[in-house]
Design a binder for this molecule. Structure first.
Ligand SMILES: [Zn+2]
Length: 66
């Protein structure tokens, strides 16, 4: 069987290119809103973990009762 030896790049992307791409990585602070029920800071569009309310209803208590 014939083995072909072809010049092969050591890596697909240079370290500089990788570094430039990763230089755009940033951590963003989570958006916080105050809960309309208990007025504590919570993430929007999520059940408030302090009082378990979402959309004016106690959704956690309802789920636990089942
Ligand atoms: Zn709350």
């Amino acid at each position: 069987m014939e083995v072909l030896q072809v010049a092969n790049p050591k890596r697909k992307w240079s370290k500089a290119r990788t570094g430039k791409r990763r230089s755009q990585w940033k951590l963003s602070a989570p958006t916080l809103v105050s809960c309309p029920q208990c007025h504590k800071l919570t993430t929007p569009h999520r059940v408030c973990m302090e009082c378990g309310y979402y959309d004016g209803k106690d959704v956690l208590k309802k789920a636990e009762a089942k």
